[in-house]
Design a protein around this ligand. Structure first.
Ligand code: NDP
Length: 311
């Protein structure tokens, strides 16, 4: 059975499909994205797309989505679309949202996230997206990253353009501050998470505050190293599924959302099967990262934002 259409409730009463299509796409692979998205939605049954202003793919997604809606098989309200505000546009999230909506060719997004709790010193159009000085160091602005979320709250409350708001790459300390200084609890915190990086304290904090955790890079990103773990392979054999099914179910069985990416249409077509992982299976998967944590996405701008295991 596929789990692509299963949903969980968010703290504002909306619901999110537990698996979303990751859309980070290297430039040389962008031509394949059209086919991947069509296959994902029309053949595999994906109903959730995770994208961002920063990924540079929203114009491509917009074209494909418009095409699919015009064909009449899927309606806008059948899909859950997420986009994000990049730190280069931290002081003007409205501009970021308007650009994303225009490029995606939709009137609203289902979820809008603050991509990182950071402020970059870029121009009013968010250029360059990652400003660096002559030594290569990221140039940060002296603003407060929480101002972005506060502006997102205003937009959420005063327009129909976003159905829910949330954050990404927030540590416990940053979430704690957000909860004290604002009156809208984010519905989501999107973070790197997989058996090598279980981040139990952060996940527990989110659960306590009814913030659903979304797992990005669930396979360990490029090259998919987490799929190679011996226990993941053993469990795949035990249940006669693919290692990728095990890693997706590791999250969905624990009430989280998984955001796997593949630019291989044959893989996309297979979707993800529901696997009856036992408590013992899950405990063994958690043990891997509890003993030897490993983070794969270690962007240099993220080392000081309070998320563990950056070095
Ligand atoms: P993933 O962890 O999803 O891994 C992607 C890699 O896995 C690709 O190399 C892909 O290769 C490979 N792969 C996928 N399926 C299989 C399979 N069945 N067997 C073998 N290999 C496979 O990577 P991402 O880092 O892209 O994370 C997923 C999504 O999370 C992103 O696309 C984005 O939407 C989000 N994200 C958010 C971030 C944030 O800061 N909020 C940061 C990073 C990601 P192939 O294409 O050949 O299948």
């Amino acid at each position: 059975m596929s789990i692509l259409q299963e949903k969980i409730q968010l703290n504002n009463g909306t619901a999110i499909p537990v698996v979303g299509l990751g859309t980070v796409t290297p430039d040389d692979k962008k031509p394949i994205l059209r086919e991947v998205v069509r296959t994902a939605i029309l053949d595999a049954g994906y109903r959730h797309i995770d994208t961002a202003w920063y990924y540079g793919v929203e114009p491509i997604l917009g074209e494909v989505l418009e095409e699919i809606f015009n064909e009449g098989k899927i309606k806008r309200e059948d899909l859950f679309i997420t986009t994000k505000v990049w730190p280069a546009l931290w002081s003007n999230p409205q501009k970021s949202l308007d650009k994303s909506l225009k490029d995606l060719r939709v009137d609203y997004v289902d979820l809008w996230l603050q991509h990182w709790p950071l402020t970059f010193k870029s121009d009013e159009n968010g250029q360059p997206p990652v400003p660096r000085d002559s030594s290569g160091k990221v140039i940060e602005d002296d603003g407060d990253f929480l101002d972005t979320y506060k502006k997102m709250v205003d937009i959420y409350k005063n327009s129909n353009k976003v159905k829910a708001i949330g954050v990404s790459n927030y540590s416990i300390g940053n979430l704690d501050r957000l909860l004290k200084e604002t009156d809208v609890v984010p519905v989501i915190n999107q973070i790197e998470l997989h058996p090598q990086l279980p981040l139990n304290d952060l996940v527990e904090f989110c659960n306590k505050h009814k913030i659903v955790v979304e797992a990005y890079s669930p396979f360990g990103s490029n090259g998919a190293p987490v799929l190679e773990l011996p226990l993941v392979k053993q469990l795949a054999e035990k249940y006669n599924v693919r290692p990728a099914d095990i890693l997706v179910n590791y999250h969905t069985a624990s009430g989280r959302v998984a955001l796997p990416r593949s630019l291989n249409p044959d893989r996309i077509k297979q979707g993800y099967k529901k696997v009856p992982l036992t408590k013992e299976d899950l405990a063994k998967l958690y043990e891997i990262g509890e003993k030897e944590p490993k983070r794969y996405i270690k962007e240099d701008w993220g080392h000081h934002i309070g998320l563990p295991f950056w070095d």
